[in-house]
Structure formats: structure tokens, C-alpha cells
Ligand binder design. Structure first.
Ligand SMILES: NC(=O)c1ccc[n+]([C@@H]2O[C@H](COP(=O)([O-])OP(=O)(O)OC[C@H]3O[C@@H](n4cnc5c(N)ncnc54)[C@H](O)[C@@H]3O)[C@@H](O)[C@H]2O)c1
Ligand SMILES: O=C(O)C(=O)C[C@]1(C(=O)O)C=C[C@@H](O)C=C1
Length: 367
């Protein structure tokens, strides 16, 4: 008998990454995964990320000692409602990985009222703009903060138990109330995604006036907007789940932009210098977590607009066993060329691929 039965419900980026860390940290545990669609289930079994997969949530849930829900928040609340109707194991411990906490913790307190069910809302503060189990990574949470929320549904011993299950995430666990969590993550995560998407939208609008604009988006624009490629499903849910805190950040930020605008209109160069210098110093002091998803390495290849170009470029890699995570053709405003974006899992593979493309073609390659 395995020491614990774990259910990972939702085999996407986060569910897949958690499953990998739990399995590698506890080879004796039985890790099962629920996913509605077949492809991620098949992938997870093939890759030995989990021991068992099924599209029958209820059947897996009743066998589980620990259940972690890895869905958009509203869907996780639906699954909590289902769990409340099932004959679960006596001492089952339920958690989730959603990006907002007040809504689900409040719902859990209501749904599980009077039941012997332990619930701890969780949120690993690491991720990616990529989705799906194929992008999952055992190192994703290393050194990241992993927030566990305090509520009426859990005791200190429950936190220790969950941390034990998640020990191989190598994350830094902290306890916060759901309210504290939502206020702070609005500043450092939710609102920045609104800004990134707005920057892309703004550049696209301006390109209607000056079509070459988007070609001049270089490193600065790329660093500011990587997260604009994130899942719209996930981010709509997050904005709908934490509106007050995010709207507050929009108001604060609008005032900051208005202040800079005034300094510029009044040509106050000394104050503008201070503004940048202050930000530079503050940024340098921030304990910004370098997530393992820095381990996604993109190449951008300027390719001619022809149908077999992906096949052609992949042909250059033959016999090199490169770990490709994602391939995408981005249209450009200029109709002669497209940009082929290939994402690799390692820096080595990225460098090998770049060399092979440059050796075999005359295409420009950017990182
Ligand atoms: N991506 C990140 O950077 C990140 C980081 C931390 C936390 N989170 C949170 O983790 C949770 C999962 O996000 P993810 O990035 O793994 O997303 P994902 O898109 O990679 O995975 C989502 C999972 O939900 C399942 N799902 C979606 N709709 C469904 C439905 N109607 N019925 C059944 N299953 C359904 C999908 O099959 C998939 O398994 C979200 O709440 C997100 O806010 C995301
Ligand atoms: O690295 C990214 O792409 C992310 O957006 C990850 C990120 C964030 O840093 O905002 C996004 C949502 C989460 O809930 C946690 C982490």
C-alpha cells in the first residue's frame, strides 16, 4: 500500500508541475490525475508524471488522502461543491493552486461548513505564459513563494502535512489570509498582466497609423509583454475574481502616469531623472524570484511566407534530439516575412538550434 493517495485534479501547467514534484519527492505515493481531455492524460502516463489517470473525478476523489485542484477558480469552486457530496476519506485534505484566494476560501468555508473536511487554499507564485501539461516542469516552483491561506477549515498540523506532500517543490511556504493574498498579488501579478496586454494593444493600435511600428519592438517591449501571451481564460477569471484590488491598482497607476506626464509637460528634467533613478534603485533591491520558467528559451526566426517553412526549419534539427516545447508562426504587418517562434526547454538546445539554422539557411535568428 502506498503511504498516501494523491489526486491532482486538472493536468495543466500547474497540475502537471505539482504532480512531477510530488512523484519525485515521494516515489512511494500513488499519484492519480483527473483531466477531462485525453491528450494530457496520455502524456502524463507516457512521461511517468503520475501513476494513474482518469476522466472520472468522483472515482479518484473517494480514494484520495490529498486532493489538489488546479483549475480556473470558478471551476475549482464547482469541484468543491462536487466533493462535498462525495463519500470522501475521513481525514481528506483538500487544496487548490488558483491565483486568487478570497473567493475560493470563502466558498470552501460555506460549502464544507459542518463537514470533517480540511481545506487549505494554496497558490504557488511561479508560472508561465505557457499552458498545459506539456509545459510542466519539476523545477517550476523552486525558490518561489508558495502561499497557504489560513482559514477556519485548517489547523497548524494540516499546514505541516501539506508542506510535507509538497516538499519537493522546494518552494518557500508562507501563510497569509486570503484577503492579504489578494491585495498583494493584485500589485505584483494581476495588475501587471493588465498592463502587458494594454501595451500590446496600444502598439497594435498605433501600427494602424505607422505599420512598421511592431517590427521595432525589441528587448524592452519583449520583457514588458511576455505575459501578454498568457491564457485569456485564466486571466479573465482572475480579473473577475479580484476586481476591487485590481481596480485600486489601476487607479494608483493612472495617477503615477498622470504625475510623469505633468513633469514632462513642465520639462522638469531633474524630477524625471529622480523618477527613473528611484525606480532603478528600488528594482535592484527587489527580491524578484527568477522562476524555473526562465528555462523556456525562445528563438525568433524571420522566415519567408511559405507553407512548408516550419517543416524546412525542423528538418535542420534532424538527428539532434532537441527538446521543443512550442512552435508558433507570428504574422507581421509586413507581408513578405513571418516570424517563426520556437521554444526550447534548455539553453543548450536553443544554442544548437540557432547554430543549425544559421548554418543551413540565410534566415535571421533572434533570441
Ligand atoms: N499559469 C500560471 O502562471 C499560474 C501560476 C500559479 C497559479 N496558477 C493558477 O493555477 C490554475 C491552473 O492554471 P494553469 O496555468 O495550470 O492552466 P492550464 O490551462 O495549463 O490548465 C488548466 C486545467 O484546467 C482544466 N480545465 C479547464 N477548463 C475545464 C473544464 N471546463 N472542465 C474540466 N477541466 C477544465 C484543463 O483541462 C487543464 O487541465 C489556475 O487557477 C491559475 O490561476 C497559474
Ligand atoms: O511568469 C509568468 O508568466 C506568470 O505570469 C506567472 C505568475 C506571475 O508571476 O504573475 C502568474 C500568475 C500566478 O498566479 C503566479 C505567477
Amino acid at each position: 500500500m502506498p503511504e498516501k493517495n494523491i489526486l491532482i485534479a486538472g493536468l495543466g501547467l500547474i497540475g502537471g508541475s505539482l504532480a512531477r514534484t510530488i512523484k519525485s519527492g515521494h516515489p512511494d505515493y500513488h499519484v492519480a490525475a483527473y483531466n477531462r481531455s485525453q491528450a494530457p492524460r496520455y502524456f502524463a502516463i507516457q512521461e511517468r508524471i503520475v501513476d494513474e489517470v482518469s476522466d472520472d473525478f468522483d472515482a479518484l476523489a473517494v480514494k484520495a488522502d490529498v486532493i489538489i485542484l488546479n483549475f480556473p477558480v470558478q471551476l475549482s469552486i464547482q469541484f468543491l461543491k462536487t466533493l462535498a457530496t462525495l463519500p470522501l476519506k475521513d481525514n481528506v485534505l483538500i487544496s487548490d493552486s488558483g491565483s486568487t484566494k478570497l473567493e475560493i476560501v470563502t466558498a470552501a468555508e460555506e460549502i464544507f461548513k459542518g463537514k470533517a473536511i480540511r481545506f487549505i487554499g494554496g497558490h504557488p507564485m511561479a508560472g508561465s505564459h505557457k499552458s498545459g501539461v506539456i509545459a510542466s516542469d519539476e523545477l517550476l516552483f523552486e525558490n518561489a513563494y508558495y502561499i497557504l491561506t489560513t482559514s477556519a477549515l485548517s489547523q497548524p498540523a494540516d499546514f505541516e502535512e501539506l508542506k510535507g506532500v509538497l516538499v519537493n517543490t522546494r518552494a518557500k511556504f508562507i501563510e497569509l489570509t486570503a484577503k492579504e493574498h489578494d491585495a498583494m498579488t493584485a500589485v505584483t501579478s494581476h495588475f501587471p498582466h493588465v498592463v502587458a496586454a494594454s501595451l500590446v494593444d496600444n502598439a497594435h493600435d498605433f501600427a494602424a497609423i505607422m505599420p512598421f511600428t511592431e517590427n521595432l519592438a525589441a528587448g524592452g517591449f519583449r520583457d514588458m509583454t511576455r505575459i501578454a501571451e498568457s491564457s485569456p481564460d485564466m486571466w479573465t477569471e482572475i480579473l473577475m475574481s479580484n476586481p476591487d484590488n485590481i481596480v485600486y491598482q489601476i487607479d494608483q497607476f493612472s495617477q503615477k502616469l498622470a504625475d510623469v506626464k505633468q513633469l514632462m509637460l513642465q520639462r522638469q528634467s531633474a524630477e524625471i531623472w529622480d523618477f527613473f533613478d528611484n525606480a532603478r534603485k528600488l528594482r535592484a533591491q527587489m527580491p524578484i524570484h527568477k522562476g524555473a520558467m526562465e528555462n523556456f528559451y525562445d528563438l525568433f526566426i524571420s522566415v519567408p511566407d511559405k507553407s512548408d517553412v516550419i517543416h524546412e526549419v525542423l528538418g535542420y534539427f534532424a538527428g539532434h534530439d532537441l527538446s521543443i516545447i512550442n512552435i508558433k508562426i507570428n504574422e507581421t504587418r509586413v507581408e513578405i516575412n513571418g516570424v517563426l517562434q520556437i521554444t526550447f526547454k534548455t539553453e543548450n538546445d536553443q544554442a544548437t538550434a540557432k547554430r543549425l539554422i544559421l548554418e543551413n539557411s540565410s534566415y535571421d535568428v533572434y533570441q
